[in-house]
Write a protein that binds this ligand. Structure first.
Ligand code: MLC
Ligand code: AMP
Length: 481
């Protein structure tokens, strides 16, 4: 099979549907199942309503509406800005202003002032659209940096097609698979791999709502996606885990899969999970293969079209000897086209010779296997597979009237990988009054940003540890976990 065609030419081609290639259970989500022809008819009707826009916001809850909105925009060539459905005030205002979204497509939160274009699940249209320019932006995905507000990652149609085809190749993913996951639909993992992937390959998708072990056990798929938190919860529930033994591939990504979880999963299911590594900016660049070695703690080899290298702080090459640690740089056809409205940050993230600096440190062995050692910056936290910028949370904490100083770190957590912990100095408050305010501070972050960015814990200090230059010593905070 050729995987070179532009996005959606094969996956939602009206002629293929008319020729009898319908899939009765193409997408099951939020209790509704759509056939591929339902999806095509309803999404084309969305395309007709939205085609004159350039860029629209989609409140990306795991629903049929979200799937139709996204596919409708892909058909019409309109850029989608997926918005976390629990986005708080500050985050929502930033995403809308920065992205320049002209309208909401589908559900919309109150009070944003943007027009709302409805998605009608039962409407049908069979109008045909020509394939949009492959270099046009399919998505602007907002993702956190170490400081400041989230940045909009521009992903083109061509990049997405290349990324999905490389994964189909690595995982021998075909129309005979049934994909199961319960991941959020506003990131690469759940939305691009987890919705556009099955549509492109032609394999049915079952979205479980929440990614619970029981829901995964009941769904009876062949291919399962999860972040490490999902897999560590699965191994805590051996009965559900055993149901997954009939699956073809269990895939883990978005954060490091702890070796004990890998081993427990293998013991309970008879399956060694496939690990893969990626970023919002790069989609998936490294993976173990369906037909290759799976090594606990290692994320495999470059997928089709990807090259990788290691560099030290001076830019000098680091040997690929399985031991030497260096900054991981990648190149490949699935990489992003830059950060929206941020030319300087975009320029800084690329080397002069055209490699993307991932910000991760890694080891590469002589066979080309990669181990991700960690992040270069302590200020980018991964919690439950979500990327959370310490600076973004600190800014919101400082907006709380009781908080005089704040420092946020990710502390090791058996369930979430890292948990967001806020160290704060309060204004003229101590003892029991200070205890009472902790949950108020957590709620404040959940309301301004989004629920998953909230600190799981607030620790009140009388002063933050600082060095002679006045810089907060986060390593000191992190060592007292
Ligand atoms: C708790 N809740 C609150 C709250 N405290 N709500 C408001 N204010 C507060 N103070 C509620 C929540 O609304 C939610 O309700 C419930 O508590 C649990 O929320 P949670 O604690 O955040 O959920 P949790 O169980 O910890 O989630 C674990 C998880 C989740 C694994 C399901 O972290 C997850 O979905 N992670 C996936 C992240 C992901 O997809 N990353 C991919 C990035 S792309 P309720 O009722 O709604 O449950 C990428 C590229 C790549 O990385 O490589 O793939
Ligand atoms: P995001 O932009 O949310 O996709 O986050 C990307 C970051 O997640 C990467 O830069 C890594 O730090 C981390 N990451 C993703 N997949 C893995 C993995 N398999 N192992 C370790 N870290 C990972």
């Amino acid at each position: 099979m050729s995987f070179g065609s532009p996005l959606l030419l094969r996956s939602l081609n009206p002629l293929a549907v008319a020729a009898g290639a319908d899939i009765p259970d193409a997408v099951t989500i939020d209790g509704t199942t759509l056939s591929r022809s339902d999806l095509l008819g309803a999404a084309t009707s969305v395309a007709e309503r939205v085609a004159r826009a350039d860029r629209v916001a989609v409140l990306a809850a795991p629903t049929v509406t979200t799937v139709l909105a996204v596919v409708g925009c892909l058909i019409a060539g309109v850029t989608v800005v997926p918005v976390p459905p629990d986005s708080g005030e500050a985050e929502l205002a930033h995403i809308l202003a920065d992205s320049g979204a002209q309208a909401w497509l589908g559900e919309a939160p109150d009070g944003t002032g943007l027009p709302v274009v409805p998605v009608r699940v039962h409407a049908r249209s069979w109008h045909t659209y020509s394939e949009p320019d492959p270099s046009s932006a399919a998505f602007i995905l907002y993702t956190s940096g170490t400081t400041g507000l989230p940045k909009g990652v521009i992903l083109t149609r061509r990049a997405i097609a290349a990324g999905l085809d490389a994964l189909a190749d690595a995982w021998s993913w075909t129309a005979s698979d049934v994909l199961v996951h319960g991941l959020p639909l506003f990131h690469v993992h759940g939305l691009i791999l987890g919705v556009l992937g099955p549509l492109r390959v032609g394999s049915p998708l079952i979205h479980t709502g929440k990614p619970t072990p029981r829901a995964y056990a009941q769904a009876k798929g062949t291919l399962y996606f999860g972040v490490p938190t999902v897999w560590s919860r699965v191994v805590e529930d051996p009965e559900s885990a055993r149901h997954l033994s009939k699956a073809r591939l269990l895939v883990s990504g978005s954060a490091p899969l702890p070796v004990p979880v890998f081993e427990k999963l293998r013991e309970l299911t008879g399956q060694s999970p496939v690990e893969r590594y990626g970023m919002s900016e790069t989609m998936i660049t490294l993976s173990t293969r369906a037909d290759g070695e799976r090594r606990p703690g290692w994320v495999g080899t470059p997928v089709a079209g990807v090259r990788t290298r290691l560099r030290d702080e001076t830019g000098a090459p680091v040997p690929h000897d399985g031991e030497s640690i260096g900054g991981l740089q990648v190149s490949g056809p699935m990489l992003f086209d830059g950060y929206l409205n941020r030319p300087e940050v975009t320029a800084e993230s690329w080397t002069e010779d055209g490699w993307f600096r991932t910000g991760d440190v890694a080891v590469i062995d002589a066979e080309g296997f990669h181990r991700i050692v960690g992040r270069e910056s302590v200020d980018l936290i991964k919690s439950g597979g979500y990327r959370i910028g310490a600076g973004e949370v600190e800014t919101v904490l400082l907006g709380h009237p009781a908080v005089a100083e704040a420092a946020v770190v990710g502390l090791p957590d058996d369930d979430l990988g890292q948990r967001v912990v806020a160290f704060v100095v309060l204004r003229g408050m101590s003892g029991s009054a200070a205890d009472d305010i902790e949950s108020e501070i957590i709620d404040h972050v959940a309301q301004q940003l989004s629920v998953h960015k909230r600190p799981r814990e607030v620790r009140v200090l009388t002063a933050l540890p600082r060095n002679a230059m006045g810089k907060v010593q986060k390593k000191v905070l992190a060592s007292g976990n």
